[in-house]
Design a protein around this ligand. Structure first.
Ligand SMILES: [Zn+2]
Length: 353
């Protein structure tokens, strides 16, 4: 019998009481101590439910992250409105802030979320961090007079490295870099220039780690998932993967259940993955409320081993279930049921192999 590893991506929809508390805090109606207490309560409840799914590796559900992308700069004072805008298929947008002065420093590091999570569980905890490439979008196109872009990039690399290293040092089971702008980069710039620039930046961070450390570092890509809508699902994997697998990481978490032409994706993975890299295929579609059956998930994985060596395969969810704190498009219970199906389906596949 094989043992196919299975891991979540990260976020779980926040409970209603936490949503309300975050809004109340923004209006100064409750104190930061009150909010911190509720973050801790939601994290504990989420972890108990995740443990209940049988998931061998868990996360904190990102209950206290304002979003997967903006947690490092949440509350920073050297930011203004009007940064890069990300358009989604359904017409809604998310806009990043823009840096107004240097130096660039993370105000919050992901290790704080990890520490809180580890208080509530004895299971291995993975921790997601944002990519250096996403943070690079904060520097304004017009530049900053007293803070040249080269200095910004040097500071950014240091901060991104530190964000990962702190988690590894604090016993994270592994660290996942959220690189959801990879596929989007090809949509914004079909010449591949932007994607190559992003990959180079992220590799400059990865190259600061030993091979042993990199085996505990992974990269997540997806077509975006916010309010049940995507931003780059029309970009084929066969355009992305030849460059994506050039990242010097050990683990790759790929959105997959939501893909229409799965054989084409598997072929592209087979052609482009390198020895020593493991691919975690998304087997639960986070944008569709229908709960997959364990048998469907088993069959997805059995098909995948025809293309991917068994010792380089894992399973995951297509994306976080709620990457932005205010996204309530997926019910919390549905997320847990999908995870339960992923765990069960992965066991069924392992038993067949
Ligand atoms: Zn994602």
């Amino acid at each position: 019998m094989a043992n196919i590893p299975t891991e979540p991506i990260g976020s779980i929809p926040r409970p209603a009481y936490l949503q309300q508390a975050m809004q109340a805090y923004a209006k100064a109606e409750i104190s930061s101590e009150d909010l911190a207490r509720l973050f801790s309560q939601a994290t504990r409840e989420t972890i108990i439910s995740l443990e209940g799914t049988g998931s061998p590796v868990i996360s904190d559900g990102e209950q206290s992250k304002p979003s997967f992308a903006t947690y490092p700069i949440h509350g920073a004072l050297n930011l203004g409105a009007g940064g890069v805008t990300i358009p989604f298929e359904d017409g809604h947008t998310r806009q990043l802030p823009v840096l107004t002065s240097g130096p660039f420093r993370y105000r919050n590091f992901a290790v704080d979320y990890l520490r809180e999570a580890r208080k509530h569980t004895a299971l291995p905890v993975k921790q997601a961090v944002i990519s250096a490439s996403a943070m690079s979008l904060l520097y304004p196109a017009a530049g900053i007079d007293s803070y040249p872009q080269s200095q910004f990039i040097a500071d950014l690399l240091d901060q991104a490295e530190s964000d990962i290293r702190k988690c590894l040092n604090e016993h994270a089971y592994n660290v996942q870099i959220d690189f959801t702008e990879a596929r989007l980069a090809l949509k914004l710039d079909p010449s591949q220039g932007l994607l190559r620039q992003f990959i180079s930046l992220n590799n400059q961070v990865l190259d600061r780690f030993t091979a042993d450390e990199r085996s505990r570092i992974g990269i997540h890509t997806c077509p975006g998932g916010d309010h049940d809508s995507t931003h780059s699902a029309d970009v084929p994997y066969s355009d992305l993967l030849p460059l994506f697998f050039q990242l010097n990481a050990g683990n790759f978490y790929l959105e997959y259940a939501g893909e229409k032409d799965k054989v084409a994706v598997l072929q592209s993975i087979r052609e482009n993955m390198r020895p020593g890299q493991r691919v975690f295929l998304g087997v639960t579609d986070v944008l569709n409320p229908r709960i997959e059956t364990p048998e469907e998930i088993r069959d997805l994985l059995l098909q995948a081993v025809e293309y991917i060596p068994l010792n380089q395969l894992g399973s995951t969810d297509d994306c976080g279930f709620s990457p932005f704190a205010d996204d309530v498009s997926t019910a919390r219970e549905i997320a847990f049921e999908k995870i339960r199906a992923r765990v069960e389906g992965t066991k069924l596949a392992s038993a067949k192999l």
